[in-house]
Design a protein around this ligand. Structure first.
Ligand code: MSP
Length: 436
């Protein structure tokens, strides 16, 4: 019998900020997927880690009065120690400053360079330091970066470019032939629209050391380091021991990336074209979720409105916290965070529905049966209906959860919880007991 395998990744998080609820959400969702797939009998590899090169890390280190390496060690360590506290069951934690990762990034660069898909040229563009990328005129909103709402700097310099344009037609075709390659649908449609709206530009994949030297040196030109995204995306492969590690053979065919919509373009456009240029099959699914908002604005360190995951966990307990994140977010859509909505969910679903079901069942087992579970009685139509409901809840739960629709999956399960409460209300065991 062949074992099915599932490879789940989170984005590797930048170390310029401490983890907040947004990072915790993605990682808890990935963890839930890893656990679900293990329960379904699949062999799972679950990867997370930190993205440590580039301008903004250097700037953050300077602001903290530390060397980049010292600074990265510190913040990466905070991420690494947070995850066990949130019960994250990752198999691996990768850092882009790991020597093995850097060696394999150089190997990949050399391979793509040798195949002719990297060339030297000159480019001028609007550079956002927050995103660490060039924007075209068309992509800016009122002249500002759409994400950071800051004015990008115009930079012109000689650099290396990846022939991304060459793979545009292939990518479009692949997305059209595989409707769930990018899911849910609205993000697939967004990427299709982008690819159909005009020619892609080739991707600038280097930074001159004169401007930035905190990165992976290009193996074919020591005056340059790799663009942070080219280095970072490769983590999904270097972690598996690309090109010929056993894990690569086992897990790459079942690769599922999980991200939020902020990094859709690098994952949906840069990454598959890079893989194609390297002669590899694309990942299986790119799974995209929305943002956590606070008063209609994205939660982010630069906007200063972050919620600390640990304080919520400490106040409400880990299971309740994890439940909230999986239940409150409709996959692909934004959600607004407020402590009131958290409490509301906690009280209605966990305390009332589930808690009530448990405490009544246990209390009655004690009161009427001396604490041991009685033999099941002969079932009538009510019990048959309940069994049917249980079977359906289970099937729906499995179908939806496996496709990242955790809110709908939990809702399907709660139909059963509510159905059981209703069954107790209508059967009224307390009167049955009185009547013997
Ligand atoms: N380093 C890159 C990713 C490279 S992956 C090859 C990066 N890092 S990040 O630290 O900015 O993390 C972005 C990710 O964090 C999002 O895609 C999402 O998973 C999570 N989130 C950060 N803020 C979030 C919200 N406000 N809401 C939901 N998720 C959030 O981008």
């Amino acid at each position: 019998m062949t074992v099915e395998r599932f490879y789940i990744t989170t984005p590797i998080y930048y170390v310029n900020a401490r983890p907040h609820l947004g990072h915790a959400h993605t990682t808890i969702l990935a963890d839930a997927m890893a656990r679900f797939n293990r329960l379904m009998g699949r062999e799972v590899h679950f990867l997370t880690g930190t993205d440590e090169h580039g301008d903004k890390i250097v700037k953050a280190a300077q602001a903290a009065g530390k060397s980049p390496q010292e600074y990265c060690d510190e913040i990466s360590g905070i991420f690494k120690t947070l995850w066990p506290e949130l019960d994250i069951s990752n198999n691996q934690f990768i850092r882009t400053t790991d020597p093995e990762h850097k060696r394999l990034v150089q190997k990949a660069l050399q391979q793509v360079y040798d195949s002719g898909d990297i060339y030297f040229g000159e480019y001028g563009g609007h550079y956002c330091f927050g995103c660490e990328r060039f924007y075209t005129e068309k992509e800016l909103v009122d002249g500002l970066c759409p994400d950071h709402k800051t004015k990008p700097e115009y930079i012109a310099e000689k650099n290396y470019f990846f022939r991304m344009k060459k793979y545009q037609a292939w990518l479009l075709e692949h997305i059209k032939a595989n409707p769930e390659f990018i899911r849910p649908e609205q993000y697939r449609a967004e990427v299709v629209a982008l690819l159909e709206s005009g020619e892609l530009e080739d991707l600038c994949i280097s930074r001159p050391k004169s401007r930035l030297d905190w990165g992976v040196e290009l193996p074919f030109d020591t005056d340059y380091v790799a663009y942070v995204w080219f280095d970072a995306l490769l983590n999904y492969l270097t972690a598996l021991g690309w090109p010929d590690g056993q894990k690569m053979r086992d897990f790459w065919p079942g690769a599922n990336h999980l991200i939020a919509k902020d990094i859709l373009k690098p994952h949906a456009v840069f990454w598959p074209t890079m893989l194609k240029a390297m002669g590899l099959e694309p990942f299986q699914h790119l799974n995209v979720h929305g943002y956590w908002l606070v008063k209609d604005t994205k939660m982010s360190k630069s906007l200063g409105n972050v919620v600390e995951p640990l304080s919520l966990k400490d106040k409400y307990g880990l299971s309740g916290f994890r439940y909230f994140l999986l239940r409150e977010v409709t996959f692909g859509y934004d959600s607004s965070f407020s402590e009131e909505s958290f409490c509301g969910r906690f009280n209605s679903d966990l305390a009332n529905d589930l808690g009530n079901l448990f405490s009544r069942s246990l209390a009655m087992t004690h009161k009427y049966f001396g604490g041991s579970i009685p033999q099941a009685g002969l079932g009538g139509p009510d019990e048959e209906e309940l069994q049917l409901m249980a079977r359906e809840a289970c099937l729906n739960y499995q179908r939806l959860f496996g496709r990242f629709q955790t809110a709908k999956a939990l809702d399907a399960l709660w139909e059963l919880v509510r159905g059981l409460n209703k069954y107790i209300d209508t059967q009224a065991p307390w009167s049955l007991h009185k009547e013997n």
